[in-house]
Ligand binder design. Sequence first.
Ligand SMILES: [Zn+2]
Length: 78
Amino acid sequence: MKSMTCQQLGGPCNLSHHGSTADEVIKAQDKHLREAVSGGDQAHESALKEMKGRWKHPVAGMGWYRKAKRDFADLPEG
Ligand SMILES: [Zn+2]
């Protein structure tokens, strides 16, 4: 298991997501952003907008996705 914070994934807070693959933490971040915003947290709105934009424009979003995967791969296990 590795962990990445909301911040490392482009968000505003230090909540960490745990997962064994980058996809897992990216999905956890997506869920976290949605929950934060639907709970009225404005700080997460721009990050959620960016995340949604990535799903809508997969080619443009691929650079971010690759970077997140690379960052995840570089993390120490723990
Ligand atoms: Zn957050």
